[in-house]
Ligand binder design. Structure first.
Ligand SMILES: [Zn+2]
Ligand SMILES: [Zn+2]
Length: 308
């Protein structure tokens, strides 16, 4: 269904059916749904989609585990139209060859990332793109922009649908102007909170690794992420999923506490390096925490079936 058709449907139906179930259904049609399937140096994979189309940003866990986690969440792999690759580090690409081949998914990857990553994928599935370009995938618009990270051609993504914007911002050395410009437009975002300064400083990592992590091409600290959030969040940012937490230099409880203290109306979720998150419905409005949470998109499918 085209967006204009949907908008017309909403206007017409709201007049004819002031029924809360109908409104809920129409709201679902106009929303984005997001989930972290895994987040951390052991694998990253983020799902963003509407009721028809979806994309995966990175696929760093195995095909089997990606399928298993999506199934548990009620997310259909059949709706996934493409995989977008942020950079060539193995925790972002490990699952791509099998997943792309098995489900015949196009892989959007910049030429420099492709040549650096050594990915073995059928050429027919490769879709080269350049940063700062926009790609339309079904009803979704995916915007890529460059970021500071020690990779060949690293980029972050923002996915838009129906004027709702979701960002996927991990593996970032600094909160550059590009990041600020995109983060400040988002209704929901996956944002890296990789390390606690003190834990990294006092921890056992060798000096060169500490320097790499906190240098301008490494990762974003909890403090840097909190500053970005506090100073640049949009008033309509409903969900913030803190992502890519270090196993050794961070603590999920610490991150939750830090952001809960300054969250305002934004729901704070710490994405796990072990399990998938819930699916969150982003409908462009702020609600009390939990109210927009949709446990299973199956609900949507059941709902659609019961209506039509
Ligand atoms: Zn990474
Ligand atoms: Zn990386």
């Amino acid at each position: 269904m085209k967006r204009n058709d949907r908008t017309n449907l909403i206007k017409k139906s709201e007049v004819e059916h002031p029924n809360s179930e109908i409104k809920k259904f129409l709201c679902i049609l106009m929303s984005l749904f997001i989930a972290s399937l895994n987040s951390g140096s052991n694998g990253n994979c983020y799902y963003v989609g509407n009721s028809d189309d979806a994309v995966l940003i990175d696929a760093g866990i195995s095909c089997r585990e990606t399928e298993r986690r999506m199934l548990r969440l009620g997310l259909s792999i059949k709706k996934v139209r493409a995989i977008f690759v942020s950079h060539e580090h193995s925790d972002h690409i490990n699952g791509i060859p099998v997943l792309a081949k098995k489900h015949q998914l196009p892989v959007y990857i910049t030429p420099a990332t492709h040549s650096s990553g050594g990915l073995v994928i059928d050429e027919s599935l490769i879709r080269p793109f350049a940063v700062d370009h926009r790609v339309t995938i079904g009803g979704l618009l995916v915007t890529a922009f460059s970021k500071n990270h020690d990779a060949a051609d690293p980029c972050s993504f923002m996915v838009s649908y129906n004027d709702i914007r979701v960002g996927v911002f991990t593996d970032i050395g600094i909160a550059c102007q590009n990041l600020i410009d995109h983060f400040s437009q988002c209704h929901a975002a996956f944002l890296e909170a990789n390390y606690d300064d003190e834990m990294l400083e006092k921890g056992g990592y060798p000096y060169h690794l500490k320097r790499r992590i906190r240098g301008g091409n490494g990762h974003l600290s909890n403090k840097q992420a909190a500053e970005l959030f506090t100073n640049h969040k949009a008033p309509y940012l409903s969900h913030l999923l803190l992502a890519h937490l270090s196993k050794n230099n961070n603590d999920p409880r610490l991150v939750q506490q830090l952001f809960d203290a300054c969250c305002g109306d934004t729901q704070i979720i710490v994405a796990s390096r072990f399990v998938e998150s819930a699916v969150y419905q982003i409908d462009g409005t702020l609600k009390t925490p939990g109210a927009t949470r949709l446990k299973k998109v199956e609900e949507l499918q059941n709902f659609q079936t019961s209506l039509f």
